[in-house]
Design a protein around this ligand. Structure first.
Ligand code: HPA
Length: 243
């Protein structure tokens, strides 16, 4: 089954046919909200709204372990995470879609592993390539099939939030090699790897990062809503074409 995690601008997936909701509990507590099951163009899909249906859970307070544990329990075999980001690289204008191939983690204090606690062995997962190559290829093929431009590759810098970054922080992220900046890729990606679930992030550039382009002086939160409306429609088109 395909799992889809929706982020800001994608709290529901109205396209799902034969929808039903299900609450799932886990040893790590409650996921962000009930799961939505249904069919997307004939394909079995389960959808989770990362910030809750009412967008009430801030990035550092999301129970990533409960979300991922539940998705695994449900039987998700491929997981596409839709996430809004700020564009650092100059060609990544608001509204662009990007499929990152690398991550740098700047978060702190998030519960980031299933391998801790009494009687748990110390286990180090390989995370050289944080995103699944096969699933990346499928998402790229889906975008090509519907004629959507999807930038192939890039480094996602994951900050703690919920505040946006300073201009100097963005300059530092750029020196580090980050192309986009967001707040939710980690520990989502590494928890998926711990569970062996193939995982990719479909990143939606919502705004120029702090100090860049239209955000030279400040980031306009009012402008982001309009950008996301259009961009999420295109994301849905890509998801429907995923095979
Ligand atoms: N920074 C961090 N996260 C984000 C941004 C940003 O500029 N835009 C959307 N999510």
């Amino acid at each position: 089954m395909l799992g889809i995690i929706g982020g800001s601008g994608m709290a529901v997936l109205d396209e799902l046919a034969e929808r039903r909701r299900q609450v799932v509990r886990t040893p790590y507590g409650d996921p962000s909200c009930p799961f939505l099951f249904g069919r997307l163009d004939g394909q079995e899909v389960v959808f989770l709204s990362r910030h809750g249906f009412g967008h009430t859970i801030t990035p550092h307070q999301i129970n990533y372990r409960a979300n991922l544990w539940a998705l695994d329990e449900i039987g998700v075999k491929s997981l596409v995470s839709v996430a809004t980001v700020g564009g650092i690289r100059a060609d990544l204008e608001p509204g662009s879609l990007l499929l990152p191939d690398q991550i740098i983690d700047y978060t702190h204090g998030r519960a980031a592993t299933f391998y801790e606690g009494p009687d748990q062995p110390v286990i180090h997962i390989d995370f050289t390539e944080p995103y699944d190559a096969g699933l990346r290829a499928r998402v790229l093929a889906a975008a090509a099939a519907v004629g959507e431009t999807l930038f192939d590759g890039g480094t996602y810098g994951c900050t703690q939030g919920p505040r946006l970054e300073t201009a100097a922080e963005i300059r530092r992220l750029e020196r580090d090699g980050c192309d986009v900046v967001g707040m939710t890729a980690m520990p989502e990606a590494s928890l998926a790897r711990e569970l062996g679930i193939p995982y990719v992030t479909l990143a939606v550039i919502a705004n120029d990062a702090a100090g860049r382009g239209e955000s030279a002086r400040r980031i306009s939160l009012e402008a982001i809503g309009g950008v996301l409306d259009g961009a999420m429609r295109r994301v849905r088109t890509v998801l429907r074409a995923l095979r």
